[in-house]
Each structure stands twice: as structure tokens, then as C-alpha cells.
Design a protein around this ligand. Sequence first.
Ligand code: AMP
Length: 198
Amino acid sequence: MRIILLGPPGAGKGTQAARIVERYGIPQLSTGDMLRAAVAAETPIGRRAKAVMEAGGLVSDDIVIGIVAERIEAPDAQKGFILDGFPRTVAQAEALDRMLADKGLKLDAVLAFVVDQDALLGRIANRAAEAKARGEPVRKDDDPEVFKTRLAAYNRDTAVVAPYYKARGQLIEIDGMRPIDEVTRAIFEVLEGRRGRG
Ligand code: AMP
């Protein structure tokens, strides 16, 4: 099963992706995680991405498309994957369509989390406070000011991705403001309906 999760930062994509991983045994491919790993390992890509990530901007399409193209070739991605945080631009969506078409594959579901952005600001402040309380480092980009920049980047660049899939009849909207377990239930219902289709 090949799934895309769309939605603004803080919408719960990561939380729900973990549950889909557990249920369907397919890997979560988070470009944010991959980029953070590259930054931590100080690879050439990490060095190019670090400053723009810390400022809450978008890493260039060529870098991100390159890492996804490589990652979906890995053995564990052959029976499917969940893309979390990708595509974030129409250029990335088009590149993904080409990559899949070249392999004779298609997407099973594009799930868009619909959320109230004002509520997201509160949610992200909680995420930062909870990490702090656990004695864990707070992600630099979860700082409320940087988060606002990430939300602005989403509204400027990424909000166009959902309409891209909607125009192709592939978009399924999920109410992301409901309690976590209810969102999971709604997602599983959609995925069960899709399993084995086509
Ligand atoms: P995330 O964990 O998905 O919120 O991603 C963290 C940061 O990584 C983003 O704010 C961007 O700077 C960068 N990033 C992750 N995925 C992408 C992408 N598909 N395109 C461009 N930048 C990305």
C-alpha cells in the first residue's frame, strides 16, 4: 500500500503514520526525519539543509526529490510506504508521479488532514513544553516563532499540493481536529476500503 499524508506541520501526520506503520507493516518515509538525520550526520546534504530547516523554510526540491527517489528503492519500501512530509510542492508531487509511473506503480490513498491552524499553534506549544518536561531537547523548529514560519511556508508553498491530488480525484480529507484515536479509526476505515483495490 502506498499512502501520502498531507497537512500542515503539527496536524498529527507523524502520530498517525506511526499507527499505520504498526498496522500495515509498511515503513514511514518522513523527509523531515531523513533531513534531520542528514544534518546530524553532517553529510553534504545535511550541511546544505541545516540553516533553511532551522529557519523553518523549505529545502530545495532537487535535494528532497533525490532522497525520496533513493529511499523508495530500498528493499523495505517494495511492498509499500507512507510518505510523511512529502510532497510539499507541486514540483515534488509531479516528480513523485513520474517516479511511480516509471516503476508501474500508483498511490492507494492521499490523505489530507484538515485542521484549524489557530489550534495548531496551541498544540505545537504543548509539544515543545512536553518535550522540555521530559528533559528532551525541543526541536528548534517547534519554537513558536519558527513554527509560525513553517505554517506560513505551508500556506504559501504546500497548500497547493492537496488541490493537485483533488483535481486527479485522489484526495481524501480527514478531520484532524478530532481526538487522536478517532482520527486513526477514520484513516483505517479509508485504508481498509482501499486495500486490494486495483
Ligand atoms: P517536518 O518534520 O516534516 O516538519 O520537516 C522539518 C523540516 O524539514 C521542514 O520545515 C523543511 O525545512 C524540511 N523538509 C521536510 N520535508 C520537506 C520537503 N518535502 N520539502 C522541502 N523541505 C522539507
